[in-house]
Design a protein around this ligand. Structure first.
Ligand code: NDP
Length: 464
């Protein structure tokens, strides 16, 4: 055969990726479990059909490919990926390359990378259907050599940020899917921070959706310029055809989740990496789902939010959101550094920030500044990079004021509160864990380190 790459799984993402690959001038052979889907896809490919070879069996797919072969899997994560690989293996040679582009758990990618008798890459693909069709962000994991084999196609189809492709090798084995996991956690947190500021505007300041839309639209010209702030403005501005009022006012306040943010929170706990803003965002979605209980408790205690008196200050809110966002990213990159250490990956934070600048849901202007800051000071926390030291210094007072106002007026801002507590804890040399160590030694003789002479495994006078 002479197709450059094969693709299995013509679902939403697979079809979009296949068209993207064909459009960039590569010949692609495609296969789907349900043959009718393959036929419809090929029939509707228009101008791109010439570059697309539809196949109706795995044998035909294999025969259509150049050797050594390259096959991209875009099927649901989990068992299906294993089953699909099982079915393919008898048809493959050791130097054929399988690329799992689904949302796989990075532990599965680690396992497959170690066990499979063929070449393997696990790539995180972000940006939804639109991204897959016109330029996703791609986070690659596996051997560098295998990445280099696939890179001509993957960088060609990826989003472009000022001439640079948003596709890169993140590290060995499951590193690509791990980085995608952190991306997803940050996505939850970024969204929650925005939703909290919306809550302060709506419940504290009594602003209507149209006014709120205008504020977010304005913010999208400043430091907060990002896809999420942009769509927030659009969501807030949209009108409901049934009521003639804002769509926002008819959307139930119950958040769905596919569990990707939860993965991030769980992995961070395994790594001992603090990501409290992401934790708060996951918890906020869990709380949102408890609508009936919230309704009952409002009956008992009365509603939380009270109006905030005085002149609304949008700049203060903008600064608080900016501060919270920086602290959330500091946590995400901190988690990446912890994984680098624990898993022996050499994850490059600057390269990761660069890959996130376009194509993915968390794309933003600030990620370009983060890439620069992380590049200049490898191994240092984002918070300690001079550019962000300036920002945090300038905005932390606003975060403090907004959290205080919200707390005093019964408005829950868990992600902002978590960001502020993280900031204060992280810049405090002498914390309060001496008390924890005293307690632990008291009830469990766990021992402590003395501050004055550094001696270890010391016990208090309560011992014995
Ligand atoms: P879809 O449900 O649209 O498509 C799933 C595809 O997998 C179909 O082609 C389906 O074939 C095939 N498939 C399902 N079960 C099996 C099976 N048991 N054996 C063989 N083939 C099977 O999924 P998406 O395209 O949305 O998602 C694919 C992957 O991409 C997932 O891992 C997802 O998490 C990930 N992803 C999705 C994003 C999105 O925005 N949707 C964004 C980023 C990643 P058939 O036609 O026969 O049913």
């Amino acid at each position: 055969g002479n197709a450059d790459i094969g693709l299995i799984g013509l679902g939403t993402m697979g079809q979009a990726l296949a068209l993207n690959i064909a459009e960039k001038g590569f010949d692609i052979a495609v296969f789907n479990r349900t043959t009718a889907v393959t036929q419809d896809f090929a029939a509707e490919a228009g101008d791109l059909a010439a570059r697309i070879t539809p196949t109706e069996s795995l044998e035909d797919l294999i025969a259509a490919l150049k050797t050594p072969r390259m096959i991209l899997l875009m099927v649901p994560a989990g068992k299906v990926v294993d089953q699909q690989i099982e079915a393919l293996l008898p048809l493959l040679s050791p130097d054929d390359l399988l690329i799992d582009a689904g949302n796989s758990d990075f532990h599965d990618t680690n396992r497959r990378n170690a066990e499979l008798p063929v070449q393997f890459l696990g790539i995180g693909v972000s940006g939804g259907e639109e991204g897959a069709r016109h330029g996703p962000s791609i986070m690659g994991g596996g051997s560098r050599a295998n990445w280099n084999r696939a890179a001509p196609i993957l960088t060609a189809i990826a989003a472009d940020y000022q001439g640079q492709p948003c596709a890169d090798w993140m590290g060995e084995a499951g590193a690509g899917h791990f980085v995608k996991t952190v991306h997803n956690g940050i996505e939850y947190a970024d969204m929650q921070l925005i939703a909290e500021v919306y809550g302060v505007m709506r419940d504290g300041l009594g602003m209507d959706a149209a006014a709120i839309a205008q504020v977010f639209e304005r913010w999208n010209d400043g430091a907060l310029k990002s896809y999420l702030v942009e769509i927030t403005a659009k969501v807030a501005a949209a009108e409901d055809s049934a009521t003639g009022g804002p769509v926002l006012d008819v959307i139930a306040d119950i958040a769905g989740q596919k569990g990707t943010g939860r993965w991030t929170a769980i992995e961070a706990q395994h790594l001992g990496a603090p990501i409290p803003v992401i934790d708060a965002a996951v918890t906020a979605r869990n709380i949102s789902a408890l609508k009936d209980r919230r309704t009952d408790l409002q009956e008992i205690f009365g509603p939380g939010p009270q109006p905030i008196a005085g002149q609304p200050d949008m700049d203060l809110l903008e600064q608080a959101l900016t501060c919270g966002k920086i602290l959330c990213y500091d946590q995400g990159f901190g988690m990446i550094a912890a994984a680098s250490r624990d898993f022996g990956w050499s994850l490059n934070s600057a390269a990761i920030a660069r890959v996130w600048r376009a194509g993915c849901i968390i794309r933003s202007a600030m990620l370009d500044d983060m890439a620069g800051a992380l590049e200049d000071q490898p191994g240092r926390p984002l918070m300690a990079a001079p550019f962000f030291v300036d920002w945090l210094t300038k905005t932390q007072d606003a975060l403090r004021r907004v959290v205080s106002l919200a707390v005093l007026h019964g408005i829950a801002v868990p992600a902002h509160s978590a960001a502020l507590a993280y900031f204060d804890a992280m810049r405090t040399e002498r914390g309060t864990a001496n008390m924890l160590q005293g307690q632990r030694d008291y009830f469990g003789r766990h021992g402590f380190v003395r501050l004055d002479d550094g001696s270890e495994d010391q016990h208090g006078p309560w011992a014995g």
